[in-house]
Design a protein around this ligand. Structure first.
Ligand code: ADP
Length: 570
């Protein structure tokens, strides 16, 4: 019997020894706390992570000394619930919390907890926990979701300020930084475009890069803080471990900056030190670039040291590339809107001018016409020469009237923006009706089948088809019956419309003049103002389409035009 109990004791002792060895080689953190939360036992893994002597850990209150303040109450709450038996230990398997080491660096640990009690579960003496350092995994998870969210932003059509606010919010929440900001190279001294988490005083102090230019006159140093060094691109050429190849400045602790590095920086900028004076330890200033040009910088600040590592900085250097693309897109959109507004303003002014001009010109023109007619009646013209002169004057006044009408039509195109369903067959019906007498005179016909209904503006389509069909009839060949054929082909987002005639055709030497304002090729033989095709071009292009022609002299001409099916609404 005696022999057996000593054997059992030996096994027990060897069990304990095996267990202790397992604790040391498992690669997992182990820690035993008593009911007061004081550290009773732990393994070397924990000593290494905390970067402390074992004697500085043993007996210390775990929560007050090794858990960051912001997470303390949450972790203490779980501990006290465990001691009260309110949580079945298995439920606590996934408790994730940060611990802080002697350098002030935070690591995220996934803990498994169990209570230590007596055999019949009556007295709970403390807890035993095993933990895994999952900091890198958590960061990777955060980085992946941040990049997905930022990429989503690339497709949003919000304003620049809204996009930048969202970028800052995402970086702050995913990266866990206390304060973030974006400067853009837009105004003098590149102030912050927006910040999140910095105090108002800090932003006011740091907003301008050069607070006191005169102060630096001796050294001709304009940018007074490190932001200036990064945003101006000077940091790219500085050979110092504080800067990456892309010119990013980063530090985990002011104390890490050597005096040699400080000297190098001081040669270029006046080291303002506001960030450090405010107690920020981790600081990163990452240049935002578009195709290699720096357009701004992203700033990440935290009072906690060791927020960064090479991998994190590289990750944010990639993130700012997406930010650069987003800002580039917004800039282009803003420019397009500005140009559009300018065009709209000019169009408005032109329309106003054309309206006034036509109104003011029409009055004297009407007076001339009526007096010429009265003069003609009162003179009772009998000679052919007199009749010829009067007809010439009246023809000229009617042409001038037509000029005024055409100018007004041209000017009005941009302001007619009503998009509606337009049945092109109906439009052609109307044009044919309007040209009844000309068709009879030319013994002509207009043929159209299967024309589509498109989104457009009815009055403009009427004007477009009116001008093109009337030209086809006007420039018909006297020797044959005029035939105009209109067809439409489906070309993805567009309709390709063809207006084909068998008229006189256009000589190659005149191709360049056809769409120009007031340019006429055979002014004496055919009446016109030379505005018809210029109006057509403006109408088609205002809907995002194109107009061109193919022609064979003596055989006929085909005018081609493309019209967006949706009228260019999107
Ligand atoms: P207008 O007909 O008042 O001269 P347009 O701008 O409509 O002005 O046309 C410009 C010129 O293009 C015309 O003077 C004419 O020489 C030529 N043109 C237009 N349409 C045709 C056509 N279908 N066939 C031959 N020539 C044409």
């Amino acid at each position: 019997m005696l022999q057996k109990s000593s054997l059992n004791r030996q096994i027990c002792e060897s069990d304990r020894d095996t267990l202790r060895k397992y604790f040391e080689i498992s690669g997992i953190l182990f820690i035993v706390l008593n009911r007061l939360g004081e550290v009773v036992s732990f393994n070397q893994e924990l000593v290494d992570l905390l970067k402390m002597d074992a004697s500085d850990i043993r007996g210390k209150n775990w929560f007050d000394n090794f858990v960051p303040e912001r997470e303390r109450s949450f972790v203490k709450d779980i501990f006290s619930k465990l001691l009260k038996g309110e949580i079945v230990p298995q439920q606590t398997v996934n408790v994730e919390n940060a611990i802080i080491n002697s350098s002030g660096e935070e690591r995220i640990i996934l803990w498994n907890n169990a209570i230590i009690d007596d055999r019949d579960n009556k007295n709970i003496y403390g807890t035993i926990s095993s933990g895994m350092d999952i900091t890198d995994k958590v960061r990777l998870r955060e980085e992946q979701s941040l990049i997905i969210d930022i990429l989503r932003l690339l497709n949003r059509s919000d304003s620049k300020i809204d996009i930048i606010k969202e970028i800052l919010r995402l970086i702050k929440s995913h990266g866990g930084f206390e304060a973030v900001g974006i400067r853009l190279k837009e105004e003098v001294d590149y102030p912050y475009y927006d910040t999140l988490g910095f105090s108002q005083e800090f932003v006011m102090k740091e907003d301008k890069l050069c607070v006191d230019r005169d102060f630096n006159y001796e050294h001709d140093k304009c940018n007074e803080c490190l932001c200036g060094l990064v945003i101006s691109g000077q940091s790219k050429n500085l050979e110092s471990s504080l800067f990456t190849k892309r010119g990013t400045f980063w530090t985990n602790n002011i104390n890490d900056i050597s005096s040699t590095d400080k000297e190098k920086i001081n040669k270029l900028v006046y080291f303002r030190n506001t960030c450090f004076d405010e107690g920020y330890k981790s600081i990163a200033l990452i240049p935002i670039t578009i195709a290699g040009d720096i357009i701004g910088l992203l700033q990440l600040n935290d009072h906690r040291p060791y927020m960064f590592r090479n991998g994190i900085i590289k990750f944010y250097e990639n993130v700012v590339e997406s930010i650069g693309i987003a800002l580039y897109r917004i800039n282009i959109e803003e420019k397009i809107i500005q140009a559009k507004n300018k065009v709209e303003k000019t169009n408005g002014e032109l329309e106003e001018f054309a309206y006034k001009a036509s109104h003011d010109l029409r009055e004297p023109l009407r007076t001339i016409t009526s007096y010429v007619e009265m003069l003609q009646d009162s003179m009772n013209c009998s000679t052919d020469q007199q009749k010829y002169y009067f007809n010439k004057i009246l023809d000229a006044t009617s042409l001038l009237d037509q000029f005024i009408d055409d100018l007004l039509s041209y000017a009005r195109i941009g302001s007619l923006t009503k998009i509606e369903d337009v049945d092109l067959a109906e439009i052609c019906d109307m044009v044919v009706k309007n040209h009844d007498s000309l068709l009879k005179e030319k013994n002509g016909s207009v043929i159209y089948l299967n024309l589509p209904i498109i989104k457009n503006t009815k009055v403009l389509m009427l004007q477009l088809f009116q001008n093109l069909i009337s030209n086809s009839l006007k420039y018909s060949d006297d020797g044959r019956k005029a035939v105009v054929q209109i067809s439409a082909e489906d070309e993805h987002d567009f309709w390709h419309i063809k207006i084909e005639d068998n008229g006189i055709g256009i000589s190659e030497k005149d191709y360049g003049m056809i769409f120009q304002m007031f340019k006429r090729i055979t002014p004496n033989r055919y009446k016109g103002t030379g505005m018809g095709l210029a109006i057509c071009k403006k109408i088609v292009e205002s809907f995002g389409g194109k107009i061109w022609f193919t022609s064979e002299l003596g055989k006929g001409t085909t005018f081609h035009l493309t019209l967006l099916k949706n009228g260019g609404q999107e």
